[in-house]
Design a protein around this ligand. Structure first.
Ligand code: NI
Ligand code: MN
Length: 233
């Protein structure tokens, strides 16, 4: 059995490795597409791309046990430690951190990041993405919230992710057209669209995304996961 990727709507994913390690990325489980998903208090790793509420999500509830290690940029780490979470590792863009047999590389993202604390906006560091390399060598790229940027070609060149999780909703992130060009830059053969349909302004659709990819003449497999659905890696 291989690794399994499960989509929970918006940008929330769980990766279950072939050895049973549970890795969550951007676990916003209160999102409009993930109704009734139980909070997983048994996660091994929890990766946060940036501090916006739709990505930090249910992190604080999920990571109350020291067996769940949160990995984020330094500023979010400091914030989460101040909230009493016991096991939070801070890193920064460009670096790789190896933990529990998983290599976590923090990539750039062109976006903003802040934490809403009542009426205050707390600085959340830079927005980021992750390349996650699993035991055995398979890797995935979760782009976080981002515009297209030319450095995606370097991400493809250096890490050759087996699958890319790309936002397509537009308005706050790439739309289908930009995301199709992102596939070209990454050279990735398999992509899972995310961050669409969950808010009314996120109007990009998988159909438009596929059309744009075809328009570029790329051979990319677009795997559209419904919330709750899984695929193998
Ligand atoms: Ni955001
Ligand atoms: Mn977002």
């Amino acid at each position: 059995m291989g690794h399994e990727i499960t989509f929970y709507g918006h940008s929330a994913f769980k990766i279950t490795t072939d050895r049973g390690l549970k890795i969550w990325i951007d676990p916003w489980l209160d999102n409009p597409q993930a109704s009734g998903v139980e909070i997983d208090r048994d996660a091994d790793l929890l990766l946060v791309t940036h501090a916006h509420g739709d990505h930090l999500g249910n992190c604080i509830e999920m990571a109350t046990s020291a067996s769940c290690e949160v990995v984020s940029i330094h500023e979010i780490q400091q914030y989460l430690l101040s909230k009493g979470l016991p096991n939070v590792t801070g890193m920064n863009i460009g670096g790789t951190y190896v933990t529990k047999g998983v290599a976590v590389t923090m990539t750039p993202a062109v976006h903003s990041s802040s934490i809403q604390e009542g009426h205050e906006l707390v600085y959340g560091g830079e927005a980021a993405g992750f390349v996650v390399t699993l035991p055995g060598g398979k890797s995935l790229y979760h782009a976080g919230d981002t515009a297209i940027f030319s450095g995606m070609s370097l991400i493809g060149e250096i890490y050759s992710p087996d699958v890319a999780l790309l936002p397509i909703g537009s308005h706050y992130v790439m739309g289908p057209r930009e995301a199709a060009h992102a596939c070209r830059l990454l050279g990735c053969k398999r992509v899972i669209p995310m961050h669409y349909g969950s808010f009314p302004v996120l109007t990009g659709t998988p159909e438009d995304f596929v059309r744009e990819i075809e328009g570029l003449g790329l051979s990319v497999e677009v795997e559209v996961l419904q919330p709750g659905e899984s695929c193998s890696l």
